[in-house]
Design a protein around this ligand. Structure first.
Ligand code: NDP
Length: 492
């Protein structure tokens, strides 16, 4: 029997698992490494793990036997059924107060279910978002742990040591109960979809409307990366657009314009619909990927559907156009993050999660794909007011949008007039105009619903009188025909 010397075990030695293990070993922790494929373990031990405090194990039993108490077992395996099956194998081998951490991309509802199940067995379960890909896992990921708070003191030293640091602060903190960690990771991924779509629309406008070459757009991205848009995704885009390895055309122009997706953006959009939260930008970013995938249909449509002829921006106003676009991107990004936090706040309300709001943007500040300077401002806003109703109410973001607004509107208008699609920019602007409207045409919508479905409506307080009280459900017989009853359950 092996001695109990390992601080933590890792199950799953694919790209994330191996790199995470190496990262933990670099920080002085002894790690028991296990993968159901013995070859994978042996190869790892004989190569990258050589000379490090990593113990290769060939069965779950052997792995558990190496662990100090309370036992800490982390999973970085394919999400879904594999996680349940590994948990089933672990439960008989673990004892009360031992800890299982799922670091994969699990759906938060699965995490909540597993948390409840393991609680009934006396085992602490932590669902942790892990972001930053291979590079992050190796040198500092963003970590978003949630679940059994009792486990936090035991995993905190390891997680804080291996996490990315931004301005000296670890990009990891306790998120909240049950599935909260995976929830925040899901919204992070949705926001990533939005950021990528917005940057892609900027590139398209600069190319098609301003006639810039990829190299010139790369230079613009480089400049933007020095200012308020400073972020990993802008930096990546700068490098992609400059990549031209065979001296012909930039590689990006040779790539098929059909976007793939693994599903976490879709999860965010579905969850937003379920919660009735208008997370329009992420939703649009998911639909834009879907539309891009209809390549054949788009090609046929391009031959038969008409639109305006593009009038290129004259060189004399190009600089102004690019400055406006920078503002449009910034404002739309603020909307996207404001929407993401609206969704997180709603989830916190629904599940009664006491979430650590200032820490959420801090966890995304380094190590992950959406890392940016701007997240520091969101942390500041929530540190000032943990209960901030919406980011758009905070003076910093209110004034940023005020300043950006003219350029934002001009950019969207130019795109619309020229028939160049900017769905994410446009939906962000529509959301903003909707959100700041005290009166929306939903009065007419309610009248229509009552007309054809007797769904009732309530009256504005200023029009209430003795017989019609505000807040009361009213049904009118709009046509004088039919019976005078209101519908309780029917929905059109
Ligand atoms: P994969 O998502 O490709 O998963 C492969 C790993 O899962 C292998 O170790 C595999 O074991 C294991 N596995 C699959 N089925 C089972 C099973 N039934 N029982 C036990 N183990 C199983 O690996 P990644 O390293 O890319 O990702 C790991 C997790 O981290 C995933 O949930 C992923 O979504 C998430 N993630 C990935 C990121 C990335 O950039 N790749 C970024 C952030 C999170 P075997 O070798 O034996 O087949």
């Amino acid at each position: 029997m092996s001695k109990q010397i390992a601080d933590i075990a890792m199950i799953g030695l694919a790209v994330m698992g191996q790199n995470f293990v190496l990262n933990m070993a670099d920080h002085g922790f002894t790690v028991a490494a296990f993968d159901r494929e013995a070859d994978v373990v042996d190869k790892f031990i004989a190569n990258d793990a050589i000379g490090k405090s990593i113990i290769g194990t060939h069965s779950v039993e052997e792995m558990v036997a190496t662990l100090k108490r309370p036992r800490r077992v982390m999973l970085l395996i394919k999400a879904g059924k594999p996680v349940d099956s590994v948990i089933e194998q672990l439960v008989p081998l673990l004892e009360k107060d031992d800890i299982i951490i799922d670091g994969g991309n699990s759906h938060y509802l699965d995490t909540t279910r597993r948390y409840d199940f393991l609680k009934s067995k006396g085992i602490y379960f932590v669902g942790s978002g892990v972001s930053g890909g291979e590079e992050g896992a190796r040198h500092g990921p963003s970590l978003m742990p949630g679940g059994a708070i009792e486990a936090w003191p035991a995993i905190k030293p390891i997680f804080l040591a291996v996490a990315a640091k931004a301005d000296g602060e670890p990009c990891c903190d306790w998120v909240g109960p049950a599935g909260a960690g995976h929830y925040v990771k899901m919204v992070h991924n949705g926001i990533e979809y939005g950021d990528m779509q917005l940057i892609s629309e900027s590139y398209d406008l600069m190319k098609r409307l301003a006639g810039l070459s990829d190299k010139e757009i790369s230079e613009v991205m480089g400049r933007w990366n020095q200012g308020f848009l400073d972020s990993f995704l802008i930096e990546v885009t700068r490098d992609i657009l400059a990549f031209n390895d065979d001296g012909r055309i930039p590689l990006v122009e040779e790539i098929m314009d059909m976007a793939g997706q693994k599903g976490t953006g879709k999860w965010t959009a579905i969850d937003a619909l379920d919660k009735g939260m208008p997370v329009t930008l992420i939703g649009q970013a998911v639909f834009s990927r879907c539309l891009s995938a209809l390549k054949g249909e788009r090609a046929r449509a391009s031959k038969v559907l008409s639109g305006p002829t593009i009038k290129p921006i004259p060189a004399s106003v190009r600089k102004q156009f690019i400055d406006d676009l920078e503002q449009a991107l910034y404002a739309s990004k603020i909307i996207s993050y404001a929407q993401g936090f609206m969704l997180i706040r709603e989830a916190a309300k629904e599940f009664k999660w006491d979430l650590n709001f200032p820490s959420i943007p801090l966890m995304w500040r380094g190590g992950c794909i959406i890392r940016s300077a701007f997240l520091g401002e969101i942390t500041k806003a929530y540190r000032e007011d943990k209960y901030l109703e919406n980011l758009l109410f905070h003076p910093f973001f209110r004034s940023a949008i005020e300043k950006a607004q003219s350029g934002w509107r001009k950019s969207v208008t130019k795109a619309v007039v020229n028939g160049i699609p900017t769905p994410a920019f446009a939906t962000a602007l529509s959301f903003y105009d909707d959100y700041k409207s005290e009166r929306l045409p939903a009065n007419l919508l309610q009248a229509q619903r009552d007309y054809f479905g007797a769904h009732t409506f309530s009256i504005l307080p200023k029009y209430a009188h003795d017989k019609v009280k505000p807040g009361k459900n009213i049904h009118i017989n709009w046509t004088g025909k039919g019976v005078d009853v209101s519908a309780g359950t029917y929905d059109a």
